[in-house]
Design a protein around this ligand. Structure first.
Ligand SMILES: NC(=O)c1ccc[n+]([C@@H]2O[C@H](COP(=O)([O-])OP(=O)(O)OC[C@H]3O[C@@H](n4cnc5c(N)ncnc54)[C@H](OP(=O)(O)O)[C@@H]3O)[C@@H](O)[C@H]2O)c1
Length: 374
């Protein structure tokens, strides 16, 4: 459906809305009738027609109405985050490239606006999230088949509903899927200020698992350390604070971690590897520094380390739709109970460019996750 809307966008270059409807085989009278009965409202969307720097290739534009077929649900989007993978998709360097022109965004939350005639179990006003997530959430109205939407409990804070899939679910899966952790065990991670990192700290704490956290150096490092400790982090170190030859001292009374998470690469990944105990596993799920992971020969030989990778899209692709929804409800329950929290900045859609600049790091590090409010 998003594709139809975008095909319409292509057609709109140099033509009018009426012409568009005529091109779809409708005369002006039926077009008006169809618009009121089965068409979505027009949608304001962040569109890119090329791959490239997101601040250069995206623009906010109005897309024409699309037909709401009998099994479709038209959702008025309320909020959607800017995630690093959204940036990579627009840059064209993500593993899966969207078909152009494309609307940005991959997760979000909205309210049911209108329904196709065969839709059951959803009503206007219901709060829904796209599940599994899918491209095109940075727009005011999205039309997809009913099966693409998951109804969530009203009263869930919107910014959490909008962000619950990509990052918290990644944190949950990575804690579960690689090593059988028991209470009292430890994990180590870098990128601890990211949403994934903050979720790992809290989900580990719920399971009585210690966390050792590595963050970037900044003028606000002490403040950041305190915040992570309030979330449940046992230890928080900046990259330069660590002497990797003496990690045992930095572990203090915590057992050597069996599992590590890396979303940065370079020296920061080396720090994660240094903390791992004998036979430990490091899972790489991001590469924010764009630097490669290097592993010493001795750590392979003498510590028998394992290097793994995780990609949520791959996990979701393996028939996990229902399982995924159960986990999302669980995570949203933790949010409502106050057991899962992370820092975000809600930004009106009109300020999209500033939010994008912050997400691109143009205004410096330490920015909170940008969540667009439509
Ligand atoms: N594989 C998967 O399925 C999957 C799923 C979800 C997320 N991810 C990845 O997980 C990572 C975190 O995502 P998120 O949405 O949770 O992040 P986020 O909340 O948007 O935060 C960005 C994080 O990256 C750090 N960072 C930004 N630029 C950096 C640089 N040049 N060098 C070092 N650190 C840098 C930031 O540190 P400061 O706070 O110091 O600025 C912050 O910790 C990303 O790499 C994302 O692509 C992967």
């Amino acid at each position: 459906m998003a594709f139809l809307r975008l095909a319409a966008l292509k057609a709109l270059h140099g033509t009018s809305h009426t012409l568009l409807l005529l091109r779809r085989g409708r005369g002006p009278a039926s077009a008006v009738r169809a618009f009121s009965a089965t068409m979505s409202p027009p949608s304001r969307a962040v569109v890119h027609e090329l791959f490239g720097p997101p601040d250069a290739v995206t623009r906010v534009t109005e897309l024409p109405p699309v037909e709401i077929k009998e099994n479709d649900v038209c959702v008025k989007m309320l909020a959607a985050p800017i995630n690093p993978s959204d940036i990579n998709r627009i840059q064209g360097n993500y593993a899966v490239k969207p078909q152009l022109p494309a609307v940005g965004g991959y997760e979000g939350v909205g309210e049911v606006h209108s329904l196709g005639s065969a839709v059951r179990g959803l009503s206007p006003g219901d709060l829904v999230i796209p599940s599994p997530p899918s491209s095109g959430t940075w727009q005011t109205y999205v039309v997809k088949e009913q099966s693409a939407w998951h109804k969530i409990v009203r009263g869930t804070p919107l910014e959490y509903a909008a962000t619950i899939t990509v990052n918290p679910l990644t944190a949950l899966r990575m804690l579960e899927d690689f090593v059988d952790l028991k209470p009292g065990d430890a994990i180590v991670q870098n990128g601890a200020t990211s949403i994934v990192g903050q979720c790992i700290v809290q989900l580990a704490r719920i399971r009585s698992i210690h966390s050792i956290n590595v963050i970037r150096d900044s003028a606000l490092s002490d403040e950041v350390k305190e915040k992570l400790k309030r979330l449940g982090a046992d230890k928080v170190y900046t990259e330069t604070q660590l002497d990797l030859k003496k990690v045992k001292e930095f572990l203090a009374n915590i057992p050597a971690p069996a599992l590590g998470f890396n979303c940065i690469g370079g020296h920061s990944a080396t720090a994660v590897l240094a903390f791992l105990g004998q036979g430990g596993t490091m899972v790489t799920y991001g590469g924010m520094s764009k630097l490669p992971v290097t592993v010493s020969t001795s750590s392979f030989i003498f510590k028998d380390l394992s290097l793994r990778g995780f990609w949520l899209q791959n996990w979701l692709g393996s028939n996990k739709a229902e399982e995924c929804r159960v986990m999302l409800d669980h995570l949203l329950g933790l949010v409502r109970e106050g057991k899962l929290t992370y820092e975000m900045e809600c930004v009106p859609f009109d300020d999209f460019q500033t939010a994008l600049d912050k997400s691109l790091g143009k205004l410096g590090g330490g920015q909170r996750k940008q969540v667009i409010i439509f």
